[in-house]
Design a binder for this molecule. Structure first.
Ligand SMILES: Nc1ncnc2c1ncn2[C@@H]1O[C@H](COP(=O)(O)OP(=O)(O)O)[C@@H](O)[C@H]1O
Ligand SMILES: [Mg+2]
Length: 396
């Protein structure tokens, strides 16, 4: 029996597709939710909310195996170095959130770089910086990207700067998946601000990020690819000339969700389409001008932060209807039919399997694991049924 990879090798003219020299052993690295395990006393009530369900890992493994590779799951805990030594993967598919500290999403990439083990997606710096929303916004602001006025509170009693007008929004500076974001995040006066900032600092052991409240529509925008995508992608036809794919924009309408107007933890936890869930509108109904603007902003946010191959940027409109960048997710959720990026890919006609394999292949290409597509050759040949000669169908 031939594997899909072997079939591909037999079918295709040499150099037409990026090819691994042999099927890979892929380790999917993730932190899994552990049911029934009690949390230590010093962590917030929603600690671990960004961890994955084992079902998501099974979906990712199955997608990888459709292409003839072998996929195993390794829990990204403190035994990870030993498990990696034992499993000896050719490459890791990284979705690990990490364990504690000030840059937990960068822990696994840092470990893999130390061991020189190939892995998918963004590298250490991007994962470290993007977890820190304040630092991310400082970098974007420095590059003239639009962000809401913000101020970080490390102690909670810092004087509020004059450009910070109520209502304000208070959230942990280094969390994700809506952790620490409830209706109480909106504060209308000095007393509410101090109370919420103090709660965030104490409960999450990190600074509170305070921003101007953005009352407008909310979008999230997926970006895939990079400048040389055409050499390594399994689907070069997805991408624009510059090597990037700007996915259809997803609007999150939380007006009738469990937390009206806020896409926080409780709203994110609802199944798509259920009562209390936000409406997921993809592609969002937008005038072409705004679509272009949002795509451009998300692309620039991705480039400026050095994200690789895939990211999702959250954007909200301010009181004047102008877009403001909230945050970037270089490790976006990958649960089929549920995660925002998967919804955007489905709207673009990209299957879940192709999404996962694309992230894997683009990652592998950075570690010299793929023979690049020879773009000087015609990419598809068809046999002429009349004279049996190979006929070039594109590449003219
Ligand atoms: N400045 C703000 N104004 C209004 N809503 C906000 C603001 N910041 C965050 N939110 C709401 O909180 C949600 C979560 O915030 P976000 O910065 O995306 O963090 P994360 O998704 O990592 O938890 C957003 O999707 C949005 O609904
Ligand atoms: Mg977000």
């Amino acid at each position: 029996m031939t594997t899909p990879l072997q079939e591909k090798e037999n079918d295709q003219p040499p150099g037409s597709d990026p090819r691994p020299a042999h099927p890979w052993r892929v380790a999917v690295l993730a932190n899994i939710k552990e049911h029934g395990k009690s949390l230590p006393a010093d962590v917030p009530p929603d600690a671990g909310a960004d961890f994955d369900y084992i079902e998501t890992i099974d979906q990712i493994r199955a997608a990888i195996e459709t292409d003839g590779h072998q996929a195993v799951f390794i829990q990204a805990d403190r035994d990870l170095p030993y498990a990696l030594k034992k499993a000896r993967p050719d490459i890791c598919f990284n979705i690990a959130e990490g364990l504690g500290g000030d840059a937990r999403e960068a822990q696994v990439p840092a470990l893999l770089e130390m061991f020189k083990i190939p892995y998918s997606g963004s590298r250490v710096m991007t994962n470290a910086i993007s977890l820190d929303k304040t630092l991310t916004k400082r970098i974007w602001r420095d590059r003239n990207l639009p962000v809401a006025p913000f101020q970080e509170f490390t102690f909670g009693d810092e004087p509020l700067r004059p450009e910070m007008h109520f209502p304000l929004f208070v959230k942990p500076s280094r969390e994700g998946t809506g952790m620490g974001v409830t209706e109480k995040a909106i504060v209308n006066n000095e007393a509410e601000l101090r109370e919420r900032a103090d709660y965030v600092i104490r409960m999450y052991h990190q600074p509170a990020l305070v921003e101007t409240f953005l009352p407008g529509r909310e979008f999230t925008v997926g970006i895939m690819g990079r400048f040389d995508t055409v050499l390594y992608s399994r689907h070069p036809e997805w991408y624009e000339k510059d090597g990037f794919l700007r996915l259809p924009i997803l609007e999150l309408d939380s007006s009738r969700s469990v937390t009206p107007g806020i896409y926080g933890l409780e709203a994110k936890a609802q199944s798509v389409g259920s009562e209390g869930a936000p409406s997921y509108i993809c592609p969002a109904q937008l005038d072409p001008e705004l679509t272009k603007k949002l795509h451009r902003l998300a692309w620039r946010a991705h480039i400026v932060l050095g994200a690789l191959d895939v990211s999702r940027t959250d954007i909200r409109l301010d009181a004047e209807g102008q877009p403001r960048l909230l945050e970037i997710n270089p490790l976006p959720g990958l649960t089929s039919g549920y995660s925002d990026l998967c919804i955007q890919c489905a709207a673009q006609g990209i299957s879940y399997e192709d999404l996962i394999l694309e992230i894997l292949y683009l990652g592998a290409s950075r570690w010299n694991m793929l023979v690049p597509r020879d773009i000087s050759l015609p990419q598809k040949k068809k046999t002429d049924p009349l004279n049996g000669a190979a006929k070039t169908t594109n590449g003219k």
